[in-house]
Design a protein around this ligand. Structure first.
Ligand code: NAP
Length: 337
């Protein structure tokens, strides 16, 4: 089979196409022929050595994919040959709260990911995907989709009429916009681009703020909510956005601590404004298989479709990863096999 492998160093120059034997499914595993993967900001972090700086062993990157079951290992009975499945991001986190041990089972680092024609995975780490989705759309669900679902529906319990702020128009944020609308919320989107804000409104956003031309976007949220603030903010910016997220929050509101696009630490975090808002900061780490399954039911019920910016053929995977690294997209970048 063909696979892309990161080896001999970090950076896109060290990702190469290689030939590898098709894996055999072990006991309890299913062999998947991949149909599509989608890319996450994390995949570039992995390739650049941010997550495993000491790693020397070769790695197949990319965590999120969907494929068809083509063979079953001994004792595997949950799926049949021909079923279309997605791999869950944290392979061993099936339900309840996670354990530290679960974090060693994430795809695309430290485990091999899915930028390969085949993968053998434990059946407990797979879910069926909603039938109405294309392969690329279904491949968008495991990390970005489940993270947003976890933030909005599982921990956030966002309710009808609440105000939710999502930052930017990347994968997690557009899913968060869509899920918040399903819950009946009013959604404010921030973006560096007016054109992307217009597209977010077409997806259902109620209000847009350009955080480049209005760096005090927190004040704009307060103005929009008559000084009350937002009930829920999905913070993907991290270090550079957290203080403004607190500032834009309603008293008793919640921040989902999701990303680090503008910094992995929050030096200068202002504690007093957080206390004055009785802010709840809830860190999110993707989600369990049960969360994935609940999300899939909601997506199926509402016919929701993930936003795919562009799909590349497998042979152009490096171009797709370069597109991700450049950062100019709306929603998800996909690779189709
Ligand atoms: N904790 C978890 O479980 C989890 C799961 C998934 C992702 N993440 C993290 O969450 C973040 C987002 O992931 P993703 O895959 O959705 O990323 P992505 O698709 O690459 O999103 C990129 C978009 O974020 C927006 N953005 C960048 N810097 C921003 C800033 N300072 N303020 C507001 N928006 C900003 C930009 O939107 P515009 O172009 O519209 O300006 C950009 O296009 C990443 O840090 C990722 O590592 C965490």
């Amino acid at each position: 089979m063909k696979a892309y492998v990161l080896q001999g160093g970090f950076g896109l120059d060290h990702v190469r196409e290689v030939d590898r034997p098709i894996p055999s499914p072990g006991p309890g595993q299913a062999l998947i022929r991949l149909r599509a993967v989608t890319l996450n900001a994390r995949d570039i972090g992995v390739i650049e050595g941010f997550y495993e700086p000491d790693r020397t062993a070769p790695l197949i990157p990319v965590s999120d994919g969907v494929g068809e079951v083509v063979a079953l290992g001994e004792g595997a009975s949950k799926f049949a040959v021909g079923d279309r499945v997605a791999a869950i991001f944290t392979q061993s986190w099936t339900a309840g709260e996670p354990t530290r041990a679960n974090w060693t089972s994430t795809l695309g680092s430290p485990l091999d990911g899915l930028l390969a024609e085949y993968a053998a995975l434990p059946e407990e780490g797979l879910v069926r995907v909603p039938e109405h989705l294309t392969d690329a759309e279904a491949a968008a669900l495991p990390c970005a989709g489940v993270t947003a679902w976890h933030a909005i529906a599982e921990e956030g319990r966002v309710g009808a009429g609440e105000t939710v702020v999502v930052q930017g128009t990347g994968g997690v944020s557009l899913f968060a916009l869509q899920f918040a609308k399903l819950q009946g919320a009013r959604v404010v989107v921030t973006s560096s681009s007016d054109e992307k804000l217009a597209r977010a409104k077409a997806l259902g956003a109620d209000y847009g703020i350009n955080y480049k031309t209005t760096p005090e976007w927190d004040q704009a949220v307060l103005d929009y909510t008559n000084g009350v603030g937002a009930d829920h903010i999905v913070d993907v910016g991290g270090g550079g956005t957290l203080n403004r997220s607190v500032s834009a929050l309603k008293v008793g509101g919640r921040i989902s601590l999701v990303g680090l696009l503008s910094g992995a630490s929050a030096e200068g975090f202002a504690i007093v404004p957080a206390i004055l808002r009785k802010a709840r900061l809830q860190a999110i780490n993707v989600g369990s298989r049960e969360m994935f399954e609940r999300m899939n039911r909601a997506i199926g019920q509402h016919g929701l479709r993930p936003v795919i910016d562009r799909a590349y053929p497998f042979e152009r995977s490096i171009d797709a990863l370069r597109h991700l690294a450049e950062g100019s997209y709306f929603g998800k970048i996909a690779i189709e096999f």
